[in-house]
Design a protein around this ligand. Structure first.
Ligand code: BTN
Length: 248
């Protein structure tokens, strides 16, 4: 069920086509290189050979409104996989896999539903395996890191894929047997501890800012505005704001 491909546009696109044609759950595509790798918020995902580009097909039996937990679940699985491979990874809402302030991996979960039910979910995962200076574009080198840079070890794509898939299976089984509260609590334990800090989120060209207080049961980020009113943010790119110094 694991297909190793050479150069593709995007593993998510390849797997989406297979899903539409009836591929079974857990069909997995790993590519050596992507020519049109996609990230969240419509961004490109730099995809030079040597890194992990993996998409796995899920066919969850639950309601479309419960799909929101899956990006968090995959984030937990990938962060745990990276930590077991020697990089102390945490999660930046919603599911950026980071070490300190540097990005180690990213997750793009895309769902298709019809007639009120989820048809399939494609979970796409990118993890930088190689020392970032060697392969990533210049502009990403200061903001990205890799398993090699963090652990001092070079990982083969197949080995990293196996560990990531293993953790996704563990968490998918736990979701089925124990419910989504267990996933949310694992996510909270791995999250970059922003709570109480000012955070800005850019989503679809709009910016919101507030004090981060947590995530709700659907995985939305909860911020308090200046009047103490709670705002719920369902998607976007978030960053903690540095405290401004008071004038001396
Ligand atoms: C992000 O913006 O952080 C998400 C990046 C997701 C990248 C992975 S690589 C495998 C899969 N195929 C894609 O085109 N994107 C995802």
């Amino acid at each position: 069920m694991l297909q190793r491909l050479g150069r593709v546009t995007s593993t998510n696109d390849v797997l989406r086509d297979q899903a539409r044609a009836g591929a079974p759950e857990w069909t997995t595509v790993v590519a050596e290189e992507q020519t049109a790798g996609r990230g969240r918020e419509g961004r490109a995902w730099a995809s030079p050979p040597g890194n992990l580009f993996l998409s796995v097909l899920l066919r969850p039996a639950f309601e479309p409104q419960s799909v929101g937990v899956l990006p968090l679940l995959v984030g937990v699985a990938v962060a745990e996989a990276c930590t077991s491979l020697g990089a102390l990874a945490r999660l930046k809402w919603p599911n950026d896999v980071v070490v300190g302030e540097r990005k180690l991996g990213g997750i793009l979960v895309e769902a298709a539903s019809s007639g009120g039910r989820v048809e399939f979910v494609v979970a796409g995962i990118g993890v930088n395996l190689c020392a970032t200076g060697a392969t990533l574009p210049e502009e990403l080198r200061d903001v990205a890191t890799s398993l090699e840079a963090e652990s001092g070890r070079r990982y083969e794509v197949d080995d990293a894929a196996e560990v990531v898939l293993g953790r996704i299976r563990v968490w998918y089984d736990r979701l089925a047997s124990e419910g989504q509260a267990i996933v949310l609590s694992a996510w909270r334990a791995l999250a970059v501890p922003w709570w109480g800090r000012r955070v800005e989120v850019i989503s679809g060209g709009n910016r919101v800012e507030g004090q981060a207080v947590g995530i709700d049961d659907a995985g939305a980020l909860l911020l308090l505005d200046a009047t103490g009113r709670e705002m719920r943010v369902v998607a976007g790119d978030a960053r903690a704001l540095r405290l401004s110094r008071s004038p001396e």
